[in-house]
Design a protein around this ligand. Structure first.
Ligand SMILES: [Fe+2]
Ligand SMILES: [Fe+2]
Length: 322
């Protein structure tokens, strides 16, 4: 049976043989208890990502040795379940030429409309009136080569906003949540502008930390330096290019970027030291958590259970009715 999209695979397919076209995103050769090699793949399309295993690794070794991550494959496999999660046992696997398929069908994409997201960015940019803060956004976001990446990169590798336009959607969510708190709590115009700027820039360096889709994973500098340091470092470089950049704004914006993970154990080298930075941190957490719950629930839609499996980053399962 040919399956159009991975999301269609359900418990009803258990023990059935299906065929599907997907992209390999990760692969690891492992050993069974009896020292036999097998391969663990993660495959995905625009709808979902699932695990697939091939126990006959040795018979297909030449194929697997030439297989690269981000390559499209056609798989014939048997649907199974492991710890409540559906997976595939591969019986047959072959490469698919990129010319034969639309690669975008295999990459998850934001379901928000791209042009309205871009208008959203403009809406918040227009609220910044202070010339040096505006100039910083011009340099870091609204120049063509940055803008294209900023609008297409994912915001995460796993869990939340890990799709085409993910960074754009995440930043827009953060801007909206942060703006709501800022206006509810009557922040001053200058505080509001700083909050907008740090929201725009907090994850900016993800365009350096991650590889460009369809490739996934970290770049070398991303692995070595991370987006928090790189974001602050690049922001400081651009600030130094701007004449008479206010020194207090500089400290506050940089602290917002460095502190946005909110805790030292979450990778921030300093804690948020202003109300703006604290709002940014909460807006960031809110955007990531809600997105991860919603996308997880969507993935688990096909299952009949009352609750989802445990969502590891939240440490709990979610109620599916209602
Ligand atoms: Fe971040
Ligand atoms: Fe973020």
């Amino acid at each position: 049976m040919f399956i159009q999209q991975l999301i269609e695979i359900s418990k009803e397919h258990i023990n059935q043989t299906i065929e599907v076209i997907a992209m390999v995103t990760d692969m690891k050769v492992k050993l069974t208890k009896s020292d036999k090699k097998y391969i663990d793949l993660i495959i995905q399309d625009a709808s979902k990502r699932i695990d697939a295993k091939c126990w006959e690794y040795e018979e297909k070794e030449t194929f697997f040795k030439e297989l690269n991550a981000n390559q499209a494959v056609k798989i014939k496999g048997v649907v199974g379940e492991y710890q409540g999660i559906l997976q595939l046992t591969i019986k047959d696997i072959e490469g698919v030429k990129e010319s034969e398929i639309d690669i975008r069908a295999l990459i998850p994409t934001s379901d928000w409309e791209i042009e309205s997201m871009k208008k959203g960015l403009q809406y918040f940019y227009d609220k910044v009136k202070t010339p040096h803060l505006k100039e910083l956004l011009d340099k870091m976001i609204f120049t063509t080569h940055h803008y294209e990446k900023f609008c297409s990169y994912p915001a995460a590798r796993q869990v939340h906003h890990n799709f085409y336009h993910g960074l754009l959607q995440h930043v827009l969510e953060v801007l909206k949540y942060a703006y709501t708190v800022a206006t509810t709590k009557k922040l001053s115009q200058r505080q509001l502008e700083r909050l907008i700027v740090m929201s725009f820039l907090h994850d900016w360096a993800k365009i350096m930390e991650y590889k460009q889709l369809p490739e996934t994973g970290f770049t070398e500098e991303g692995t070595m330096l991370g987006h928090i340091f790189m974001g602050a470092h690049m922001t400081l470089n651009y600030i130094n290019e701007i004449e008479n950049f206010d020194s207090e704004d500089k400290l506050i914006v940089l602290n917002g970027i460095l502190g946005h993970h909110g805790k030292l154990e979450y990778g921030s080298p300093v804690l948020p030291k202003t109300v703006e930075a604290q709002i940014l941190h909460h807006a960031d957490i809110m955007s990531g958590d809600i997105e991860s719950i919603q996308s997880f629930m969507k993935e688990e839609e096909g299952k009949e259970d009352t609750f989802t499996n445990k969502l590891w980053n939240m440490g709990t399962e979610y109620y599916k009715k209602g």
